[in-house]
Write a protein that binds this ligand. Structure first.
Ligand SMILES: C[S@@+](CC[C@H](N)C(=O)[O-])C[C@H]1O[C@@H](n2cnc3c(N)ncnc32)[C@H](O)[C@@H]1O
Length: 242
């Protein structure tokens, strides 16, 4: 059964957009606080996989408050287009971009990963951090991302995964199931959002199962990089040259 933020009825997409609209003002603080800042290191590692001689044009899917897009520009000197379905998350992203004077190199717009408003074979690389788990239709999202990527282009997906080994697995699951929803709920005033987080992670196809999803979407998995005992995984894949 698909895990949704608020109720089992209705569209997941609408509920996800509503949830991120609610938590947008607190999102950055909670992200770094609840992960003890480790999320920044994971994003940096994901971006490093996209280093190239040329300055690439990159699509950042589910850009949210724009952290991955901003870091990618800082590290790679690239141009980034960010898309998201949450207006409020995008407002925070836009403010950050303007504050840093980067409007000419980073742009954000409202769009759905499952129906991207870009031509085929347009981007040099596509990236997404903590977004794919929230898609209503994972295959549709990955397939459309692959469509907009140039043949031979890289796709990098950073997503939570499930740690496998005792005792870290048990300790982490305790934190994830009991402490995080309580802390996140108290600070964001949206307890459902931080109950949805562990539920959606635990039901998400990670590891080899996610690589299978990439293959279904027309991508060629290259390598998986487990982060911090498997709490998160970076999936690197390539669009086959036609
Ligand atoms: C956990 S946030 C991640 C934001 C950002 N990438 C980061 O690293 O912090 C997930 C984002 O995915 C967006 N999202 C969910 N489904 C989407 C879809 N179908 N198309 C575009 N964005 C989507 C949400 O609105 C939200 O901003």
């Amino acid at each position: 059964m698909t895990v949704k933020p608020y109720t089992s009825e209705g569209s997941k997409k609408k509920q996800v957009a509503g949830m991120f609209n609610n938590i947008a003002p607190k999102y950055d603080f909670l992200n770094h606080f609840l992960s003890l800042g480790i999320d920044k290191i994971w994003r940096k590692r994901a971006i490093n996989l996209l280093k190239s001689k040329e300055k690439p044009l990159i699509l950042d899917v589910a850009t949210g408050t724009g952290d991955l897009a901003l870091q990618a520009h800082q590290r790679l000197g690239c141009q980034v287009v960010g898309i998201d379905i949450s207006t409020e998350m995008l407002k925070v992203a836009q403010e950050k971009i303007e504050k840093r004077g980067l409007s000419d190199v980073i742009s954000v717009q409202e769009a759905d990963s499952e129906n991207l408003p870009f031509d085929d074979n347009h981007f040099d690389a596509v990236m997404v951090a903590f977004g794919v788990r929230n898609f209503e239709n994972l295959n549709k999202g990955l397939t459309d991302m692959a469509r907009t990527l140039k043949p031979g282009g890289k796709m990098v997906v950073l997503e939570f995964s499930k740690p496998a080994y005792f005792p870290f697995k048990q300790l982490y699951l305790f934190y994830f199931r009991y402490i995080l929803p309580w802390l996140g709920g108290a600070i964001s005033n949206d307890k459902a959002a931080y109950t949805y987080l562990p539920e959606s992670v635990l039901s998400f196809p990670d590891g080899q199962l996610f690589d299978d999803e990439l293959v279904e979407a027309g991508m060629r998995p290259v390598k998986r990089y487990k982060q911090t005992m498997g709490i998160a995984t970076i999936y690197l894949s390539e669009k086959p040259a036609q």
